[in-house]
Every structure is written in C-alpha cells, then in structure tokens.
Design a protein around this ligand. Structure first.
Ligand SMILES: Cc1cc2nc3c(=O)[nH]c(=O)nc-3n(C[C@H](O)[C@H](O)[C@H](O)COP(=O)(O)O)c2cc1C
Length: 152
C-alpha cells in the first residue's frame, strides 16, 4: 500500500503560514485528474485565501464555532460544490457526489504528499453557502449540490 494513504490525516493544529500560488494550484490540478462519469467533472471550488480578508471572512463566517477555533489559521478555505446535473445535457447525474469525492481525495492526498493539511469540514452553514455561490455566478451550484469546505 502507498504510505501516502496512511500519512494523510486531518490535524487541527495549523501553522498559519500562507501557501504559494503554485502549491495551491497543484492541489486543484490533482483534483482535476480524478475520474468521473462521462468525464463530466462535476466538482467546483470556491477559494478564499486568508490574504484576501473579505473573501476569507465570508467563508469563515459560514463555519460552526468548533471549526472556527482552528480554521482561523488556515491558509485558505474552499467550498467544494458538486453539480447534480450533467453540463452537456442537463440530465441528472447519479454519480456526481461519488465523482466529487474522488476529486476531493486527490486534492487531500496531494496536499499530504506536500506536507500540507487538507481538512474536510461538514460543519458549516450550507444554506448561507448558497449565497456565496450565487454571488460568484457559479451555474448549477444552486441545484442543491453537495458542499464541503476545507482549509488547505
Ligand atoms: C466530508 C468530511 C467532513 C468533515 N467534517 C469535519 C468537521 O466539520 N470538523 C472537523 O473537525 N473534522 C471534520 N472532518 C474530518 C474527519 O473527522 C476525519 O477525516 C476523520 O475523523 C478521519 O480522520 P483522518 O482524516 O485524520 O484520517 C470531516 C471529514 C470529511 C471527509
């Protein structure tokens, strides 16, 4: 078995350091290589780096208090959205959450490989997250797709 599987974990102690662009982008690139039904790639990401105070506060404000305690030190917060319908024909996709889960795992493993932390969080306000999606003009995000936030 790859040691990477065992070495990935979800610490809550974060250094507060920022992540260079190229490292952050590499995580999304890893996600992009995930397999998906019809190669539909239903995942979408909303990124807020801590340097961009307004963006960061907006996502940070969605988190439950117990997650806020440690996520304040995250270099970035990301909402992961899973599009429920195929882009090419608008038909429902049964596997969208499965596909997006694969993308998240790619991202988390690449982060672990680089000595970074990618910690999944379901503890945030899903309803208010809708507002962030609309304001970013993410088409299809308002279809009730799953959302997961995580700091990198
Ligand atoms: C979708 C998802 C949601 C999670 N939500 C939270 C959360 O809200 N807060 C938290 O501290 N950890 C959260 N976790 C982290 C899990 O508790 C953690 O992955 C699990 O206990 C296994 O530990 P490990 O990742 O260190 O192997 C979440 C993980 C996933 C994948």
């Amino acid at each position: 078995m790859l040691p990477l599987f065992v070495n990935r974990w979800s610490p809550r102690s974060l250094t507060g350091e920022s992540i260079p662009d190229e490292e952050l982008l590499a995580l999304f690139e890893a996600a992009r290589w995930a397999p998906s039904s019809y190669n539909n790639k239903p995942w979408r990401f909303i990124l807020a780096r801590r340097e961009n105070h307004q963006d960061f506060e907006r996502l940070y404000g969605l988190l439950v208090a117990t997650n806020q305690v440690w996520a304040k030190n995250a270099a970035a917060l990301v909402i992961i959205i899973s599009r429920k319908r195929f882009e090419r024909n608008d038909k429902p996709s049964i596997t969208h959450a499965f596909d997006t889960g694969a993308a998240w795992q790619n991202l988390a493993l690449e982060a672990a490989r680089r000595g970074l932390v990618a910690h999944g969080m379901q503890g945030f306000d899903y309803e208010r997250a809708h507002g962030v999606e609309y304001s970013r003009g993410i088409r299809g995000a308002g279809d009730g797709g799953h959302r997961q936030a995580r700091p990198a």
